[in-house]
Design a protein around this ligand. Structure first.
Ligand code: NAI
Ligand code: OAA
Length: 275
């Protein structure tokens, strides 16, 4: 039998944004993750979510973003990228943890990393919709010479991205795969803020946003968001690919929420697998 006297108090988790990622993470916490409790959520339109939240077995408080750090130890950001700063800063300033899904926004808010360093806080970028960031961070302990990623998405997964609009690229009527972007992860974060967080996560794990190269293809024949990564380093050469089934949000793969849930499960697990 577990010795209850040895248990630390439950870690309190807050979620910002109840889109396809936030909903799944909230449900998982409500079903029960060892040593964790969902204490609060922050949503854009509380009335839209009140009934759903009331049906949870332990309904969390609905609070404004700036009230979350008082009632939670960990915040999960799964909201529009423009909110990253307001969500992350109060947590890392008080030595707490912020899990960031809108990873692209970290490039323009990289002082948040210094804020976390100065105050004993932590920013976590989960593997999310990607694959193998454990191998990339391991290779980065040695020397990585190149990281390349090729992303292929259905038109629905890319439509409306600022890069496409600004360059007048008409992807709605394409009948064949079209390469719409070639450049760095930093450039991709600007041009595709809601579509290419994975490229930024990859760059932060490896050789940074200016050396990580990316191609983006729109492919009318696809139903899945596909990412292929190739890494060359002094410890290993590896390539990895993933075919993501979109969630209710066609830009977001279903596996993204599961990646966050897997990370949450590790917080108090007796066995942790993977780095
Ligand atoms: N790192 C990764 O691998 C991935 C990251 N993402 C990113 O994660 C984020 C969340 O993704 P989804 O759930 O698909 O997004 P979504 O856009 O479908 O949902 C976001 C939710 O945030 C809510 N929201 C808007 N303003 C708010 C406010 N002021 N306060 C609280 N909530 C607010 C919206 O109403 C919506 O319900 C996006 O930025 C997306 O780009 C998505 C997929 C993969
Ligand atoms: O990186 C993102 O924001 C989303 C993505 O590519 C995916 O879900 O496959």
């Amino acid at each position: 039998m577990a010795d209850l006297s040895k248990r630390s108090p439950a870690l309190r988790v807050a979620i910002v944004g109840l889109g396809p990622i936030g909903i799944k993470v909230a449900e998982a916490l409500d079903r029960g993750i060892d040593g964790l409790v969902l204490s609060a959520v922050s949503v854009q339109h509380p009335d839209k979510h009140r009934d759903w939240l009331a049906k949870l077995s332990r309904p969390p408080a609905i609070l404004p973003i700036d009230g979350l750090a008082e009632v939670a130890d960990i915040v999960i950001e799964c909201a529009p990228s423009k909110l990253v700063r307001s969500i992350v800063a109060p947590f890392v300033k008080s030595g707490k943890t912020a899990v960031v899904l809108s990873a692209g926004a970290l490039l323009e808010n990289d002082d948040l990393i210094d804020l976390a360093r100065q105050n004993g806080g932590q920013i976590v970028v989960p593997t999310g919709a990607l694959i193998g960031l454990d191998a990339v961070t391991a290779a980065a302990v040695g020397e990585i010479t190149s990281v390349r990623m090729v992303t292929r998405k259905p038109v629905r997964g890319l439509a409306g991205a600022p890069y496409i609009v600004e360059n007048n690229i008409d992807i709605e009527k394409i009948t064949e795969p079209l390469r719409i972007f070639e450049g760095t992860a930093r450039e991709a974060a600007k041009g595709f803020p809601a579509n290419l967080n994975v490229a930024v996560a990859l760059s932060l794990a490896g050789i940074g946003p200016d050396r990580t190269r990316l191609e983006i293809w729109a492919d009318p024949a696809l139903t899945r968001n596909m990412h292929r990564v190739e890494v060359e380093s002094d410890s290993a050469r590896f390539s990895m690919s993933i075919e993501n089934i979109p969630s209710e949000n066609p830009k977001t793969g279903r596996i993204t929420a599961l990646s966050v849930i897997a990370w949450l499960r590790k917080q108090r697990a007796a066995l942790r697998v993977g780095t």
